[in-house]
Unconditional design. Structure first.
Length: 364
């Protein structure tokens, strides 16, 4: 398959998870994608949807052949053969169905890869079998990234290999609102959609100085995973000065990303407090810059509670049209956790009826 075709039919994480849930009990799905795209988070997503399954994580990079099975030290079978016992991390000893995630399969040494192939194809290792309803999937990075991921043809032929694309920046923001990502970071991502690009989208590494590129070694770079880590750092920024904060961000998302994000951090310090919006929505400060207003909206979507929703609906009309559209589409996002609470509010309903034209105005 050409790179163009791979990109055209690459799946997002939600689509990948749905495919694994549908066929993973029959056929092992291998998720192949860029570094840090969140492939490993699929185990948690599937586990939440399938509570009767036991989540099992197996990291291939830390294993050699001796970690797969060992001889039993307790007994020898009647025919004189030594019984081999598999590693409990594979989940074959469990009586309930499992979701087995084989992480970093492409980086495993050849002997481990070969030992895993029967488990992937037949759901067996030695004389042990997984529960028949068990789901098996694997992850690997792209071989073109130059990080050691190799998939021989006989291994590929035993799996359904799918390409996983990086999350769209607006999809990631939607996820971030529901998962406690710092609003300053969300505002920065919205302003810089190129943060979610793949190195395959650019020929010259300097065209996108934020992301990983195999032709240019960067000590740190932006991925969905490193953005999550940067958010954790930002939440603790009162514990250290700007120099320390910048150094920590440089070591997490790279030099260029850290410098750019720090400009948003300084902007965020000028935002109106949530308390001022709650107490006096008709007079609380409205930021001057579009980026700062965007941060106010994202912060509100994440923190909004029923007891001050009316106050926010008094404040919202004071913002520009783009900001109001951002809020409208945030509320309507399929996975927004506070959607029911907001849509049942009388003031929101009245505002929404007057401003229905905003519901697609910020979809970009």
């Amino acid at each position: 398959m050409t790179n163009q075709a791979q990109q055209m039919y690459a799946l997002n994480l939600e689509q990948s998870s749905q495919l694994i849930e549908a066929i993973g009990h029959m056929r092992t799905v291998l998720m192949q994608g860029d570094i840090g795209t969140g492939k490993s988070s699929t185990l948690g997503e599937l586990s939440a949807r399938l509570p009767k399954h036991h989540a099992v994580y197996f990291d291939c990079t830390t294993k050699d052949l001796g970690d797969m099975m060992i001889p039993s030290l307790q007994s020898i079978e009647a025919d004189g053969c030594v019984r081999m016992i598999p590693n409990e991390e594979l989940g074959v000893h469990l009586e309930q169905p499992v979701i087995l995630m084989i992480d970093e399969f492409g980086k495993a040494n050849p002997s481990v890869k070969n030992a895993m192939l029967r488990l992937m194809l037949e759901r067996k290792i030695g004389s042990y079998s997984l529960h028949p309803d068990s789901i098996v999937f694997a992850t690997t990075n792209k071989g073109s990234e130059g990080v050691g991921d190799m998939l021989p043809p006989h291994a590929r032929n035993r799996m359904t290999v799918i390409q996983v694309r990086k999350t769209d920046h607006m999809d990631w923001i939607e996820w971030g609102i529901n998962n406690g990502i710092d609003a300053t970071l969300l505002g920065w991502v919205k302003d810089n959609p190129q943060l979610m690009a793949s190195f395959e989208d650019v020929k010259d590494p300097d065209e996108n100085p934020y992301i990983f590129h195999p032709k240019q070694q960067r000590a740190a770079f932006v991925t969905p995973r490193s953005l999550h880590a940067a958010s954790d750092i930002l939440k603790q920024r009162e514990a250290f000065d700007d120099q320390t904060l910048t150094a920590a961000l440089m070591g997490t998302i790279g030099d260029r990303g850290a410098m750019d994000l720090m400009s948003f951090v300084k902007l965020a310090d000028q935002l109106p407090s949530l308390q001022s919006v709650k107490d006096d929505p008709k007079n609380a400060k409205v930021p001057d810059s579009a980026a700062a207003i965007c941060m106010v909206v994202y912060r509100t979507l994440a923190a909004l509670e029923k007891d001050w929703l009316n106050a926010w609906m008094d404040y919202l009309p004071r913002l520009d049209t783009e900001a109001q559209a951002l809020f409208a589409n945030g509320v309507r996002a399929p996975k927004y956790s506070k959607q029911a609470m907001v849509m049942q509010n009388k003031k929101f309903t009245e505002w929404a009826m007057k401003n229905s034209h905003l519901y697609s105005a910020d979809k970009k």
